[in-house]
Design a protein around this ligand. Structure first.
Ligand SMILES: NC(=O)c1ccc[n+]([C@@H]2O[C@H](COP(=O)([O-])OP(=O)(O)OC[C@H]3O[C@@H](n4cnc5c(N)ncnc54)[C@H](O)[C@@H]3O)[C@@H](O)[C@H]2O)c1
Length: 650
């Protein structure tokens, strides 16, 4: 037997154990090992049934994603061989039971669905998350899942990629039994119960493949909305539909075609880049491996506004007690009311229970003083943006904080070194730049000042992970990486308007490109006055946005900005803005969608390249992750730098 797959016998049952830490991925050697074990067992007189189980913390958690890149680069043939292995499991004359703990995802669930039965522990999860990498299940998943779980469940799992819990898997027929106690013992007992039964092949089970036209139409519509611009969810729906219209073998062929189309697409390459990128950004090559990481046991946040409230929630969500300090009772009450409303919404939506909410609220300590700050391991500042105020607040923090506390600022644009200079310990000062809403958006730009210590950087990166965020380390300059690039992108958008495009046309072209929002709708949401204040502080030349602010049009919050908001949320073009633009614009010519995309995204890419040259961004992938997770850049285009490179190459 191979190193990766082991075989033993217990009570007349052959136990095949996949042992490929950390997650028992289907790397080369694993499918071959399973195949050999199943084949050998057919003639093994001491074995009447088989159990397939994972060693360590999980069942097979998926394919080896690096293999996909090898296929598209031609290094390996497209056939993974997995489909054949699964057929061999299914064709076994002796019943095969898969025993699932941890997760059975992607190829892992496909292997499990080749078996005649599946048992799982209550905490297990199963899923077909391939669409998150821009592909679809390629080893029969779209054909066997509807046969086991019905069409609606199969479409949902294959097209949207969210895993389901063991209880739901049991209810829908993916799992046959939930095992209490030891999984292997339970699986062997189950296998002994079914020894006398003739193995029932999942591929022959057609009872659940009824007329499902409505399901497909509804799923396509939902995917168009929630997975806008992505080809894999639509392909996954097509593949599941093939299960209902074609015999199994033809369905498998159709799935294989769709799988290849997706795998060789630019979208999947971009999404795989983004997947690895999320892991890559956590690595700081120049940081010594033995840099100590401080434990963060207590936190304090200053400012309970839009950002401070969300930041405090992040700490409470991670189980870290957090003080929330404000200047007035009114602002404090407002901040706490928003947090309470956000948590209550999550409870209403079933994300967690009331008792979890109570526990999190219990970790929050709202107050108007610095009491208890001397115990905080980290103090996160989120007061109004303005250098004078930041300096004043950091002066106060310096007086109350313990010597080894991390002092973090959420400033979006201000100079970290200047803020740090007002303290007696600039080595402890760092930027933790969250994105709005801070409790939802996963990105934190971690901004190092020139004196920030290695320990403070390492602790900040580890803290990001603990808060379930993606920390990206960047250098200190105006706007850091994300907002510095955003500045030129917005400026280019405004230039297009000055030359003849309407704000709505620019927004639509970029929305169609895949951005979560167009630049003008986004500016209205963020508040035009923020940029106005910054431009005034830095003495930038006046813009149309400044003129809008002078008219009291700050964006959504005042019911008007680049657009009008009659219902408070929906942008409608406004003749008053058209008139203003007409007065201020320099020329009027026809501007195509291509020009809009080329110039605005081009501006992002160029500025991104400058941040790399200057060492503000460490790697191109850092910029890509910042833009995907902080600015709504379409993940299926891989981030601006990846997109720039791909466009130049094509
Ligand atoms: N809003 C965003 O989208 C966003 C995104 C990233 C970063 N930021 C940055 O986060 C910071 C806060 O922005 P915001 O949008 O949350 O502002 P906000 O106006 O919503 O909140 C600021 C809060 O700070 C409080 N405050 C002011 N001085 C204080 C003091 N001395 N002690 C305690 N509280 C004090 C105010 O009462 C107010 O409630 C700014 O530096 C901003 O640039 C904002």
């Amino acid at each position: 037997m191979s190193e990766l797959v082991k075989f033993s016998r217990q009570d007349g049952v052959g136990v095949i154990t996949v042992d490929n830490p950390p997650v028992n991925a289907l790397s080369p050697g694993v499918p071959e090992g399973i195949l050999a074990a199943v084949q050998n067992a057919q003639s093994d007189g001491a074995v009447d049934a088989l159990v397939l189980i994972g060693a360590g913390r999980t069942f097979i958690a998926g394919a080896d994603i690096k293999e996909f890149g090898k296929i598209t680069s031609g290094e390996r043939s497209a056939a993974l061989g997995l489909a054949e292995v699964i057929l061999a499991i299914e064709d076994s004359a002796k019943p095969v039971v898969c025993a699932i703990h941890g997760t059975a995802l992607g190829g892992g669930l496909e292997v499990a669905m080749g078996a005649h039965y599946r048992v799982a522990v209550a905490s297990a999860q199963v899923g077909q998350p391939e669409v998150k990498l821009g592909i679809i299940p390629g080893a029969g998943g779209t054909q066997r899942l509807p046969r086991l779980a019905g069409v609606a469940r199969a479409v949902e799992m294959c097209a949207f990629g969210e895993p389901i819990k063991a209880s739901a898997a049991l209810e829908s027929g993916i799992v046959d039994r939930i095992v209490e106690g030891d999984l292997l013992t339970g699986a062997i007992a189950f296998a002994r119960e079914v020894i006398q039964r003739k193995p029932h092949k999942p591929r022959d089970r057609n009872e659940k493949l009824g007329d499902a036209a409505n399901i497909f139409a509804a799923a396509r519509e939902q995917a168009r909305k929630t997975k806008r611009g992505m080809m894999a969810p639509q392909a996954a729906i097509d593949a599941v539909e093939a299960a209902t219209t074609l015999p199994f073998e033809a369905g498998i062929k159709r799935e294989a075609e769709l799988f290849r189309e997706c795998l060789f697409s630019d979208q999947s390459k971009a999404m795989i880049h983004a997947f690895f990128g999320e892991r890559e950004v956590a690595k700081i090559p120049w940081l010594p491996k033995d840099t100590p990481v401080k434990e963060i046991r207590k936190a304090a946040v200053i400012g309970a506004g839009t950002m401070g409230g969300g930041i405090a929630m992040n700490y409470a969500n991670a189980g870290i007690p957090v003080i929330l300090k404000e200047t007035t009772q009114e602002a404090l009450d407002r901040g706490i009311a928003t947090i309470t409303k956000n948590y209550a919404n999550s409870v209403k939506k079933g994300r967690f229970t009331q008792s979890v909410m109570d526990q999190r609220m219990g970790l929050l300590r709202p107050q108007l003083t610095y009491d208890g700050f001397e115990e905080a391991d980290i103090i996160a500042e989120a007061v109004f943006e303005g250098m004078a105020l930041k300096k004043e607040v950091f002066g106060e923090i310096d007086r109350v904080a313990k010597p080894d506390a991390i002092l973090a600022t959420n400033t979006s644009t201000l100079n970290i070194d200047e803020i740090a200079s007002t303290t007696s310990r600039p080595q402890m000062v760092i930027g933790h730049h969250y994105f709005s809403p801070a409790n939802v958006m996963r990105l934190i730009e971690i901004v190092r000042g020139k004196e920030t210590s290695a320990e403070v950087i390492a602790t900040s990166m580890a803290l990001a992970k603990k808060l379930n965020k993606i920390g990206v380390l960047v250098g200190n300059c105006r706007g850091f990486v994300g907002n510095r690039m955003l500045h030129v992108y917005l400026r280019e958008s405004e230039s297009l308007v000055e030359e003849g495009a309407s704000p709505a046309a620019v927004d639509r072209a970029l929305y169609d490109f895949g951005m979560a929002m167009g630049p003008f709708a986004m500016s209205d949401l963020a508040g035009l006055d923020v940029g106005w204040r910054i431009r005034k502080e830095h003495k930038y030349p006046p813009t149309i946005a400044d003129a809008l602010c002078e008219m009291g049009r700050y964006g959504q919050k005042t019911g008007a900005g680049w657009y009008r908001y009659q219902d408070g949320r929906t942008p409608t073009p406004d003749p008053e803005v058209d008139a203003l633009i007409e007065k201020l614009r320099k020329q009027r010519r026809i501007i195509t969608d291509e020009e809009i995309v080329e110039r605005t995204i081009g501006a992002l890419i160029q500025e991104g390249a400058k941040t790399l040259d200057e060492g503000i961004a460490m790697r191109a992938v850092d910029i890509d992750i910042i833009y995907i997770h902080g600015y709504g850049f379409p993940v299926y285009r891989g981030g601006p730098m990846w997109y720039g490179k791909a466009t130049i190459q094509s």
